[in-house]
Design a protein around this ligand. Structure first.
Ligand SMILES: *Cc1c(COP(=O)(O)O)cnc(C)c1O
Length: 370
C-alpha cells in the first residue's frame, strides 16, 4: 500500500467507509469519553456510562427504523454469517422446513447452513440461470414453512429487492447487511432482520438483529448453544456476555449522524442521487456496462464490466483500472471473482463527490483504453 496523507474515496464492499464526522468524534473522545477519564474501549460494559451508550444505540435503531414495540433489538457478535445458523436453530423448530430464495452467494450460504442443521430447504426461486443478475419475482410464499428467507441486497451481485414477498403468516427473515438504513423499510413486514455492521453501521464485530417477540422462545434445535439462542440475548439486554462495546458506540454515532443530516428519507435521497449518477453513466457508456438488470439494481453495490470480452485481456484491463484508480485515491474497486470486472460499493457514508470522482476517472480510463 502506498502512503498518503489524504483520505481516499473507499469503495470497499466491507468493511467500508464511515462518515468522517463520526471518525473525528471517536478520535476526540478516544482518551476521555465525556469526562469519564476512560476510552469507551476500556470501560466496563456494566458501568452506568456504558449503559447510557448501549441504551442510546437501541433507541436510535428504534427511532430511525421505526421498529414496532413488539420487536426486540439485539446487538450480537459473529457477523452476518453466524445468523445463517442462528435463524435455522431458533426458527426452524416446528415443521423443520424453510423456503429460501436463491439470489447469490450470501443466500446460498444461508441455505447451506440451514441444511447442515437438518432443515428441509425448499429453494422456491432462483436467479442462478443468469448469474444472479436479477431478483426473481415471488408474489406469494405459502406452505407449512417455519420461515421464509431472503437476502434483501446482494452485495456481490449488486442486486436488490424492489418488493417484499408476501408470506402471510410465515415469518419472513431478511439479511439486510448491505442495505440497512439506506432506505425506508417497513419492519412490520418481517419476522427477523439482521445486518453485520461493517457495511453501513460501524466497524466489523457487531451484528444487529431485529426480531419479533413471538419468535423468541425457549425452544430451539437440540444442542443449540446458549450463546446462539436469541432468548439468551433478549432476556439480558444484549449483555449476557461482554457485547462488542466499542462498535456499538460507533453504531450509535453513525445513527446520530443519519438523524442529524435528515434521517433515513434524506439518506435514501442521497443514495438514489449517487446511484443514478453512476448507473446513468454506465448505461450511456459504450465502454462499460452494469451487470445487474434494471429493476433489480442495488443502490449500494454496483458491479460493472468493460466491453473487453477476451478473458485474458479483460483481466489485464481490470487490474490496470484498479491500480490506476488507486493512484488517484479511489480504492477497493476490484470486482468479486464471481462477477469479474469492478465493483463500486457506495454505502451511506460515500459522498456524491466520491462518486463523481469515480465517474470522472472511469471516463478518462475509457478514453485512454478503448
Ligand atoms: C458481508 C455480508 C455477509 C457476511 O457478513 P459477515 O459479517 O462477514 O459474516 C452476509 N450477508 C451479506 C448480504 C453481506 O453483505
Amino acid at each position: 500500500m502506498s502512503i498518503t496523507t489524504k483520505r481516499v474515496f473507499n469503495f470497499s464492499a466491507g468493511p467500508s467507509c464511515l462518515p468522517e464526522e463520526v471518525l473525528k468524534e471517536c478520535a476526540d473522545e478516544m482518551l476521555n469519553y465525556k469526562g469519564s477519564g476512560q476510552s469507551v474501549m476500556e470501560m466496563s460494559h456494566r458501568s452506568a456510562v456504558y449503559k447510557a451508550i448501549i441504551d442510546h444505540a437501541e433507541e436510535q435503531v428504534r427511532k430511525l427504523m421505526n421498529v414496532p414495540s413488539n420487536y426486540k433489538v439485539l446487538f450480537l457478535q459473529g457477523g452476518g454469517s453466524t445468523q445463517f445458523a442462528m435463524v435455522a436453530q431458533n426458527l426452524g423448530i416446528h415443521s423443520h422446513k424453510a423456503a429460501y430464495i436463491k439470489t447469490g452467494v450470501w443466500a446460498k450460504k444461508a441455505a447451506a447452513e440451514a441444511k447442515k442443521l437438518g432443515i428441509q430447504v425448499d429453494e422456491i426461486a432462483s436467479s442462478e440461470d443468469k448469474n444472479f443478475s436479477y431478483i426473481p419475482r415471488v408474489e406469494k410464499i405459502e406452505g407449512d414453512y417455519d420461515y421464509a428467507y431472503i437476502c434483501f441486497n446482494n452485495t456481490i451481485m449488486g442486486t436488490h429487492y424492489e418488493y417484499i414477498p408476501d408470506t402471510g403468516n410465515i415469518p419472513l427473515v431478511a439479511d439486510i447487511s448491505s442495505c440497512i438504513l439506506s432506505e425506508e423499510l417497513d419492519v412490520s413486514k418481517f419476522g427477523l432482520l439482521f445486518a453485520g455492521a461493517q457495511k453501513n453501521l460501524a466497524g466489523a464485530g457487531v451484528t444487529l438483529v431485529i426480531i419479533r417477540e413471538d419468535l423468541i422462545t425457549d425452544e430451539a434445535l437440540p444442542g443449540t448453544p446458549t450463546m446462539l439462542l436469541y432468548k439468551t440475548h433478549a432476556d439480558n439486554g444484549s449483555m449476557y456476555n461482554t457485547p462488542p462495546c466499542y462498535n456499538i458506540y460507533v453504531l450509535a454515532k453513525v445513527l446520530d449522524w443519519i438523524e442529524k443530516i435528515g434521517g433515513v428519507k434524506e439518506i435514501h435521497r442521497r443514495n438514489v442521487e449517487k446511484a443514478d449518477y453512476l448507473y446513468n453513466y454506465l448505461d450511456s457508456s459504450d465502454y462499460y456496462h452494469a451487470t445487474a438488470e434494471k429493476g433489480s439494481r442495488s443502490l449500494m453495490n454496483v458491479p460493472f464490466l468493460t466491453k473487453e470480452t477476451d478473458a485474458e485481456r479483460a483481466k489485464e484491463i481490470n487490474a490496470k483500472f484498479v491500480k490506476e484508480a488507486a493512484e488517484e485515491g479511489l480504492v477497493n474497486l476490484a470486482g468479486h471473482r464471481l462477477v469479474g470486472g469492478m465493483r463500486a460499493s457506495i454505502y451511506n457514508a460515500m459522498t456524491l463527490e466520491g462518486v463523481k470522482a469515480l465517474v470522472a476517472f472511469m471516463d478518462k480510463f475509457a478514453k485512454e483504453n478503448s
